[in-house]
Design a protein. Structure first.
Length: 367
């Protein structure tokens, strides 16, 4: 991709394709002090009140800069690299981090150590890169103070409040409104598939764990669904097309949301998995289609629950698990609540928090 000039026209060229960049598109990117605040990165003018028929009087390229003089008397310089970046609809920083597939053969899990200044450190940048690669990270030695997870979440971005509150306690309680609050085993699932939008990232902070069971389990939905696409294409296709209803009922709220079990982006590539068989309701379809759908759902469920894809580990006091709720399924093995105390606190944040922190740290350390 490159920027070229031809008779005072600015052209964007990508391979064999070349087209003119609209003069006003360039004009509203006026970057000198009169028109642009460098600290806030905001315009000092309203482009909607300007005449859009402005044209380029003269232009030249030198030292990776494009200098433009417009017919309305405004002139400024633009960095060519920044112009080219705007032609990508993807977030270049996030999209440059390649997802790495993993299964039960996953080696030693890298862990990061908490410190009071971790949120503004190079280590946090490395932590977030690893999070986007694998879908999860573990931070050790996080203070086991009650509700500290709220401080942790808000130090990355902004906590996502739900009907469970800013945070929630994961422990066995009488008359629970969710099976997570029991000592029963939890099969691999994603959280809150009934919510719109679904919380992107879950944080689980271990305060106490005195029981022999209660191991945390993770499954990479990205790996599983890519394998499903390769080995059982018919099953994959129907799970990316049919929307099911997810429903959650509590004493003062009823939440419903419709979604495919495997969501794709506009490029027909992996975006999200939703899976919680205790909460989904399949719509009425033709019998043959339902036959295929049920076979497909059973197949992907058996893959999610297979030892081939699952990793298992025990969270200890001070451990904090940060996981991508769009990509990973998580669960728990059974434990005996009579053996001792098992107490975790959970919270949610969204991708704008991690993406914003990552961009900030990239800028701060000039990566």
């Amino acid at each position: 991709m490159k920027i070229e000039l031809n008779n005072n026209k600015v052209l964007f060229t990508n391979g064999s394709t070349s087209y003119e960049i609209h003069p006003f598109w360039l004009r509203e990117r006026a970057s000198n002090d009169k028109y642009f605040d460098i600290n806030t990165q905001q315009r000092k003018f309203d482009p909607t009140i300007l005449e859009t028929n402005v044209t380029i009087k003269s232009a030249k390229i030198y030292d990776d800069l494009l200098e433009i003089n417009f017919t309305d008397g405004v002139n400024f310089k633009l960095e060519i690299d920044k112009i080219i970046q705007e032609f990508s609809k993807d977030d270049l920083l996030i999209s440059s981090i390649k997802k790495l597939k993993w299964d039960s053969s996953f080696g030693n899990i890298d862990k990061f150590n908490y410190s009071d200044n971790i949120f503004e450190s190079k280590e946090m940048y490395e932590l977030l890169i690893k999070f986007y690669k694998y879908g999860f990270v573990i931070i050790k030695n996080v203070p086991t103070k009650d509700n500290f997870i709220v401080n942790f979440a808000n130090s990355i971005g902004s906590i996502r409040r739900t009907n469970f509150g800013e945070y929630f306690n994961v422990k066995s309680v009488p008359n629970p409104n969710d099976l997570a609050y029991t000592s029963l085993p939890l099969a691999p699932h994603t959280d809150n598939p009934y919510r719109n939008p679904v919380p992107c990232i879950q944080l689980l902070h271990c305060i106490a764990n005195e029981v022999t069971g209660g191991y945390s389990t993770l499954v990479d939905g990205y790996t599983v669904t890519e394998d499903l696409k390769k080995e059982f294409r018919e099953f994959y296709d129907i799970l990316t097309k049919v929307k099911v209803k997810f429903k959650f009922i509590d004493k003062d709220v009823v939440l419903e949301g419709w979604s495919e079990l495997i969501k794709l982006d506009e490029k027909k590539e992996f975006k999200q998995v939703k899976f919680s068989p205790r909460l989904d309701f399949v719509p009425i379809l033709e019998k043959d289609e339902l036959d295929l759908y049920y076979k497909a759902r059973n197949k992907v469920s058996s893959m999610y629950n297979s030892d081939k894809y699952k990793i298992e580990f025990k969270l200890m006091p001070g451990d904090l698990l940060m996981m991508d709720n769009y990509r990973l399924l998580h669960g728990r093995t059974e434990f005996d609540a009579n053996e001792g105390h098992r107490f975790l606190q959970g919270a949610y944040i969204d991708f704008d928090s991690t993406e914003g922190k990552l961009r900030h740290l990239k800028r701060k350390f000039n990566f």
